[in-house]
Design a protein around this ligand. Structure first.
Ligand SMILES: *Cc1c(COP(=O)(O)O)cnc(C)c1O
Length: 384
């Protein structure tokens, strides 16, 4: 038997109740029944993002919403600033370049968080910058970028948007869209929202909607004005991702029942426990400034082939954790804390890593990582 544990930073495992709800017979999307579900989903998303604005629900992966942010607010030749500290920062640059946008970047080493002062310095020198693009959590380097501090810089610049890929930060780290002054926030279904891939959410501030009025880049499927018009009436412009939206409604009610701030706390404690565990095992953390609570990245001992290690745990032991991308391929592990993940998932991941390392010849004392994780998680054990 091979029991499977999906502990990767997206896709993540889906709660049983959500799977069952999504398996119900198909309903039509232009019906009062669907509109009622859609309305609940819209309202639930507002609570997660702490906003009075409209989170739009798109049928696409997260990248579709990233592209829609660019094409709905900008114009050809615009100057923008991309915070590039990993794979997903690079994606912002590629999308901008595909549409003839002049993307400058603050390049940071994988593992470092951006220093807001560097962004401020760039904007002081380039006040004509139309947007600052960032990842709330850069999943490839497992760091958190200080979104609140960045928003404090762009908030008072009427023609400069802060566009946040929050695909692994919203629903993980407390993200206050209205209070902080974020202009665009993007997320996807297959990370903190513990759904299968296929939905993306995008929320725009009034300042962003003002820029939409002036944007002339080509758009059709991802025309957000068309979406807003429809979604305010609890329907989508095109055929909705009906089953996923039904699942979303269940996920949001689970999050509300847990309490959204408790959801953030759960991610934080599992991340902290994992960091304690890998340190106890003598593995170096990848994140140097502010670690993301979506996933913990750590270096493997140098003599271990990380690709073979990840493959062994996945194919032979049933435990999927992620390896590294690009120059970190084969060198690091990325252990997810996203979504439907609790203390015992953390223990499973840490214990599998300990046993795997031993199998690969590392000098590991059994239980050291597990004990370190347990000490942290004990703080959140329910009372008897
Ligand atoms: C997973 C992820 C994406 C992914 O987008 P998809 O199009 O859904 O694959 C984008 N940004 C970040 C930070 C991610 O973690």
């Amino acid at each position: 038997m091979l029991k499977k544990y999906l502990i990767t930073p997206g896709p993540v495992s889906v709660p049983e109740q959500v799977l069952l709800d999504m398996a119900r017979p198909m309903i039509h999307h232009r019906t009062p029944e669907f509109e009622e579900i859609f309305k609940e989903a819209r309202n639930g998303l507002k609570k997660v993002f702490k906003t009075e604005q409209e989170p739009l629900i798109l049928a696409s992966s997260g990248t579709g919403a990233m592209e829609s942010a660019v094409i709905n607010t900008l114009n050809q030749g615009d100057k923008v600033l991309v915070i590039n500290g990993g794979k997903f920062g690079e994606r912002w640059i590629k999308i901008c370049q595909a549409y003839g946008i002049n993307a400058e970047s603050v390049t940071i080493e994988w593992g470092r968080s951006v220093n807001p002062a560097d962004v401020k310095a760039f904007l002081d020198k380039n006040p004509d910058t139309k947007a600052v693009f960032v990842q709330g959590s850069e999943t490839s380097s497992t760091v958190y970028h200080p979104v609140k501090e960045l928003a404090a810089i762009t908030k008072d610049m009427p023609e400069t948007l802060l566009i946040v890929d929050g695909i692994t930060s919203a629903g993980v780290h407390d993200t206050r869209f209205d209070e902080w002054g974020i202009d665009i926030l993007i997320t996807g279904s297959q990370k903190a929202f513990m759904l299968p891939p296929g939905l993306a959410f995008i929320t725009l501030s009034q300042k962003a909607w003002n820029m939409v009025e002036k944007s002339t880049l080509p758009k059709f499927y991802f025309n957000l004005k068309t979406e807003l018009k429809n979604q305010l009436k609890n329907t989508t412009a095109w055929t909705a991702g009906v089953s996923l939206i039904i699942g979303l409604k269940t996920v949001l009610s689970m999050m509300e029942k847990e309490g959204i701030d408790n959801v953030f706390k759960r991610h934080s404690i599992n991340a902290e426990a994992t960091r304690a565990a890998v340190k106890a095992l003598g593995l170096k953390l990848l994140a140097q400034d502010i670690p993301s609570n979506a996933a913990t990245g750590c270096f493997l001992p140098e003599n271990i082939d990380g690709k073979a290690f990840v493959k062994y745990l996945r194919d032979k032991c049933g435990v999927s954790i992620a390896g590294g991308q690009d120059h970190l391929a084969g060198k690091i592990l990325r252990i997810s804390h996203l979504g439907y993940h609790d203390a015992f998932d953390t223990i499973t991941a840490v214990s599998a890593i300990e046993m795997g390392l031993k199998k690969f010849g590392a000098d590991i004392e059994f239980g050291k990582g597990v004990a370190a994780a347990q000490s942290v998680l004990m703080g959140e054990m329910p009372s008897i």
